[in-house]
Design a protein around this ligand. Structure first.
Ligand SMILES: Nc1ncnc2c1ncn2[C@@H]1O[C@H](COP(=O)(O)OP(=O)(O)O)[C@@H](O)[C@H]1O
Ligand SMILES: [Mg+2]
Length: 393
């Protein structure tokens, strides 16, 4: 079989870094490609794991006499958080640079682990971006199955691959890392969380539906966040006086993984699900762009008391004493034809005198681009190209 290696946007920082991302998004592959001469420790190797857990000092001996600035990769660092004390020591004593990779920051953040006190920056890797895929990008396929490398590169087996992704990886990882005390209630929650992809979260209702205590729901969501399986999208609240929605939305990192968690892999996707998958795709691309280009802008959704909604509001400049906040608004629709009533929420936000709306963009699945009185309507692909060229924010 021909193996294609897809070029990733992520660049190696010039200093030590943590690399986090969900399982299977290509972290190990990227590290091997981006740091080909690095000394590589893989903590999935059980004999290496045992040795280093008993004798952390062997890390130095195994690396040998490397010159200053050499790169050392430690993959699956969350398996041995206390190794970070040794890493810290070697960063100072030997001036080695470390790439510390893992699928979860949870274990590292808890239990007083040495996070290297600012000596390492943090980077994230997500599933493939449409632009990384280039000619291999197929919007219809990706809306149904998402962007995980395994899935994109073996399309015929997408359903089976995603099924085992959720059943083995996610469940094993949650169990193995001891993240929850009991698996069955978590699994009930996982299925509901899959079905709620891209929806407003009402934790009370979720607790009732999954038959688990409300406090567990909070813990479960924080597990999904820490393992980078999902992200909260907060509501934009530029004017807190007005009655505005306070619940966040929850988006999975990948709509294929959400579909697997929801148990919908072997049913055809319905139209509403696909509409959400389109929003999920746009959000994924916004995140990838934001993170790989170090834009670090906050992303929100917007919803007024009367229920009109803007899918994404990107704050391109924060409000300051003498200037209003500036934002870019995006409205996403799965539709062949653009309906001008979908512009209303963006136009009404734009009319507000407390926010400066820099751009309004409608993204849809039709073929033509339009410009209506200060508002661009773009086919999905055109939008993705503009985004990654830096023309959106
Ligand atoms: N850039 C890429 N190009 C092609 N295939 C990739 C790429 N990155 C990952 N893959 C495929 O996806 C699989 C999972 O990637 P891996 O690097 O092991 O993910 P992670 O370390 O994030 O769990 C790999 O076995 C490989 O087949
Ligand atoms: Mg890996």
């Amino acid at each position: 079989m021909k193996t294609v290696l897809i070029d990733r946007f992520l660049q190696v920082p010039d200093r030590s870094f943590f690399l986090f991302g969900p399982r299977g998004v290509g972290k190990t592959t990227w590290l091997k490609e981006a740091l080909p001469s690095a000394f590589f420790f893989d903590l999935l190797d059980s004999t290496l794991y045992l040795e280093l857990s008993q004798n952390p000092g062997h890390l130095e001996a195994m690396a040998g006499n490397l010159p200053k600035n050499s790169w050392i990769v430690i993959d699956e660092i969350q398996k041995l958080p206390h190794l970070l004390d040794e890493v810290h020591r070697l960063m100072e004593a030997k001036q080695w640079r470390f790439a510390l990779c893992g699928s979860s920051a949870r274990k590292l953040r808890r239990g007083g682990v040495n996070l290297l006190g600012g000596r390492a920056v943090t980077r994230y890797l997500d599933a493939f971006s449409s632009i990384e895929l280039g000619d291999l990008f197929d919007a219809e396929f990706s809306l149904q199955w998402g962007f995980l490398p395994y899935v994109q590169l073996d399309r015929e087996n997408a359903a089976d691959i995603l099924n085992s992704y959720v059943n083995t990886y996610i469940k094993e990882e949650i169990k193995e890392e001891g993240l929850v005390r009991s698996l069955p209630p978590f699994l009930r929650f996982l299925s509901i969380a899959g079905q709620l992809n891209g929806q407003l979260l009402n934790r009370q209702n979720i607790a009732r539906e999954a038959a688990v205590p409300r406090s567990n729901v909070d813990v479960y969501f924080s597990i999904l966040e820490d393992t980078l399986l999902g992200h909260f999208l907060p509501p934009y609240r530029p004017n807190v006086k007005v009655r505005e929605q306070a619940h966040p939305k929850f988006y999975w990192f990948d709509s294929g993984a959400a579909r697997a968690a929801a148990g919908l892999l072997f049913d055809p996707v319905d139209r509403i699900w696909k509409g959400t998958a389109l929003e999920n795709m746009v959000y994924h691309e916004l995140r990838v762009y934001n993170l790989t280009r170090n834009r670090n802008r906050s992303i929100y959704f917007y919803r007024t008391g009367s229920g009109t909604e803007i899918d994404f509001v990107i704050e391109t400049r924060k409000r300051q004493p003498s200037s209003n906040a500036r934002v870019v608004c995006l409205e996403v629709k799965l539709a062949e034809k653009w309906d001008r009533k979908w512009e209303r929420a963006m136009r009404s936000l734009s009319a507000s005198d407390r926010i400066h709306v820099d751009k309004m963009i409608g993204i849809y699945t039709g073929k033509r681009a339009y410009h209506f009185d200060g508002l661009d309507v773009l086919p999905l692909k055109d939008f993705l190209i503009r985004l990654h060229k830096g023309d959106v924010f």
